[in-house]
Design a binder for this molecule. Structure first.
Ligand code: PHB
Length: 408
């Protein structure tokens, strides 16, 4: 078996040799200025974070941007969260649920991480939640929307900084109804997140008075959309609502436009359809309306500072995945800060994280009793090569957390 675990620390990770040497010089200088070296024991060992993310496959860019966002936050805090030095170890989960239990167990049992941050794919995340519950490991989910993670499987040691699959889709029901659409076709991958995202949309759309006339699916992560696009052309619905992300979203949006449907049957989606993907989708993405807990041009200081810092460090535009990674750093910072870096004080750490109020690039971010974000869901439209906010589709959206037994 190939070993996909790589270990690095914040000072060594993804930095150029020049920055590395400058950093080492800086440390040496600090040691001299203080006159004598501080004993390592007094500072404690670094708090070890296992990043379990897809670094390959259709969600590779999503995983990399979460990783980038989290490291950016830690770097901005001088390599420490809550005053405690942070080290990282990464594992490529390849978005493969069948390997998920082994992968997370290796991080916990062999690498002895203090916390796991991951992942993107709902099926992989469900395996991670089960292991985190069994081993009482701190888990922060920086993307995967599996409703159950903050529903029946909610737990004190499980937090999510992203969304539940229900969350960005429910508000879209009213948006599409108000736009005059009555008969809608949905299309997605056949896996947990696809079903749950479409479930949230259907609930919102039925409540508004609309009807889903057909639900089209294909296996994850396939991208042979042609037969399904032909079916949409036959059905002639008022509009289409889609959930795809990453490489799959790029291809779907291009195929939809190439089939000429973009002009006759408007395409909507959960915001993942166009987040982090517009450069690859090009013209085909223009005018697509989606709902998500972020928009590129949100006019708040936290977003502007985040986007500028991200661009400077990674020479790329930040997106929702980078924001979720960044906010995972912020949440851990609050938890470790509350206990002076002493992660053994778990109850106090969890209480501080549960009560966190984060000034996120996405706008105000707080957490429900199930540890899922309470956040605005924005209606966005692709214009000028980015997802621009049209309106707040629904403010302070809280997932219903059906089945969660944690006390409020
Ligand atoms: C998921 O599997 O939960 C998932 C994956 C990619 C996204 C959103 C949700 O962009």
């Amino acid at each position: 078996m190939t070993d996909k675990i790589t270990t690095d620390t914040i000072t060594r990770s993804r930095l150029t040799r020049r920055t590395l040497l400058a950093g080492a010089g800086g440390l040496g200088a600090a040691g001299l200025v203080s006159g004598f070296p501080r004993p390592a024991i007094a500072q404690g060992a670094p708090y070890k974070v296992g990043l379990m993310l897809p670094y390959t496959g259709t969600f590779a860019k999503l995983g990399q941007f979460i990783d980038n966002g989290m490291r950016l936050y830690v770097e901005q805090k001088g390599g420490k969260l809550g005053g405690r030095a942070i080290s990282f170890v990464t594992v490529d989960d390849e978005s493969k649920p069948e390997n998920a239990t082994d992968n997370v167990n290796r991080l916990i049992a062999r690498e002895k991480v203090d916390a796991v941050v991951g992942t993107v794919h709902s099926g992989v995340a469900m395996a991670m939640v089960k292991v985190a519950r069994d081993t009482n490991t701190m888990l922060i989910i920086p993307n995967a929307g599996a409703n159950d993670a903050t529903g029946p499987l909610c737990a004190p040691n499980v937090f999510r900084t992203s969304f539940s699959n229900w969350q960005p889709n429910f508000p879209m029901g009213k948006v599409m109804y108000d736009a005059g659409h009555r008969n809608v076709v949905t299309i997605t991958w056949r896996y947990a997140a696809g079903a749950e995202q479409m479930g949230g949309f259907k609930e919102g759309f039925a409540k508004a008075g609309g009807k889903v006339v057909e639900e089209l699916t294909l296996p994850f992560p396939e991208v042979e959309f042609q037969a399904l696009i032909t079916r949409i052309a036959q059905l002639k619905p008022d509009a289409v609502h889609a959930f795809f992300a990453g490489g799959g979203a790029v291809k779907f949006v291009k195929d939809y436009a190439a089939a000429g449907l973009g002009k006759t049957i408007p395409l909507y989606g959960a915001g993942f359809l166009t987040d982090g993907t517009i450069p690859a989708q090009g013209e085909a993405a223009n005018g697509i309306r989606t709902t998500l807990h972020y928009a590129d041009n949100l006019d708040n200081p936290a977003n502007k500072a985040f986007l500028a810092a991200f661009k400077q460090k990674f020479s790329a535009d930040g997106d929702i995945y980078a924001v979720q990674g960044y906010d995972s750093g912020a949440l851990l910072d609050i938890g470790l800060g509350a206990v002076g870096g002493d992660a053994a004080a778990r109850d106090k750490m969890v209480a501080a994280m549960a009560a966190a109020k984060i000034d996120s690039p996405r706008g105000p971010l707080s957490f429900s009793k199930a540890h899922n974000p309470i956040q605005n869901i924005y209606l966005r439209e692709v214009r000028n090569g980015r997802n621009e906010m049209v309106s707040i589709a629904q403010a302070n959206v809280e997932d219903p957390a059906r089945g969660c037994r944690l006390p409020a």
